[in-house]
Design a protein around this ligand. Structure first.
Ligand code: SF4
Ligand code: SF4
Ligand code: SF4
Length: 255
């Protein structure tokens, strides 16, 4: 039987999620035996054209060229996976959307702008249907393994819909928000990282985007009234990783 053809692509991003794929090490060796990786420029120079069984795309869409490339990959792929928060929501690059016009941002970054054409930064599903989402900045390796195994078995993986707080409670961590007055976003952020940051005594920054039941407005008011953050600090927190999402937009615009 022919092995499934996998392809990995990079749009506007830092390459951290693709590096995470390469860091799968032992798992990768097993998986490589079961699939045919036909496009992965960070790992090998040779590429094959589509069609693909599964295409993974890291990164946000920030240029007209990426829009066209994305639509072509979608046409060529049975399953399309948004790999990491840039691809899921626009992620860190989407902070640009809230800092100024396209032209202002291009001139701030480049000395010559005559051949630069940028557009507002979006996640993949702003333009095409996305079949599976791997959240996080960067992605969680356990979730990646679950996804790869599920795809090989022809089933859809079930990821957690609840918030980071649930995982934090299961780990019996002392709550940083309530006990230490730290501006933790765990109550509005999607679980799946195992409450990584609070477990290391650092507040959650919301890198996986909003949980299903996120009440970002309430948390924004708490940050100001109970912790003394300024409205500008709150706005920046909600726009750092997922400012394009309706839930975090409500948090950013609450004050
Ligand atoms: S989600 Fe984070 S780690 Fe992954 S590509 Fe984007 S910025 Fe890099
Ligand atoms: S430390 Fe953060 S993630 Fe943990 S319970 Fe408190 S608010 Fe939730
Ligand atoms: S705790 Fe929050 S910031 Fe840290 S990895 Fe999890 S979702 Fe991201």
């Amino acid at each position: 039987m022919a092995k499934p053809k996998l392809a990995f692509f990079k749009f506007t991003s830092c390459a951290g999620c693709l590096l995470s794929v390469l860091n799968l090490e032992d798992h990768l060796l097993d998986i490589v035996g079961a699939v045919d990786i036909v496009h992965f420029l960070m790992a090998r120079r040779e590429t094959q054209p589509g069609p693909y069984d599964v295409a993974f795309i890291e990164g946000a869409v920030s240029t007209p060229h990426e829009v066209e490339q994305l639509k072509e990959i979608r046409r060529q792929s049975k399953v399309l996976v948004a790999l990491g928060n840039c691809a899921v929501t626009g992620g860190v690059p989407s902070m640009k959307n809230f800092a100024g016009s396209e032209r202002e941002m291009e001139e701030r970054v480049y000395s010559e702008t005559w051949d630069i054409k940028s557009i507002p930064v979006r996640g993949l599903d702003y333009y095409v249907k996305v079949d599976e989402y791997l959240r996080g900045c960067s992605i969680d390796l356990n979730e990646l393994v679950v996804l790869l195994k599920s795809l090989l078995l022809g089933v859809s993986p079930r990821f957690r819909p609840h918030s980071v707080c649930n995982e934090c409670k299961l780990k019996e961590n002392v709550c940083l928000l309530i006990s230490k007055g730290k501006a933790c976003m765990g109550s509005v952020s999607a679980a799946g990282c195992g409450a990584l940051c609070p477990s290391l005594n650092r507040p959650c920054e919301g890198c996986r985007g909003p949980s299903n039941d996120a009440n970002a407005e309430a948390l924004a008011y708490t940050f100001v009234s109970d912790l003394g953050l300024s409205p500008e600090e709150v706005r920046r927190k909600f726009q750092k990783y997922a400012g394009n999402t309706p839930a975090f937009r409500k948090g950013a615009e609450a004050l």
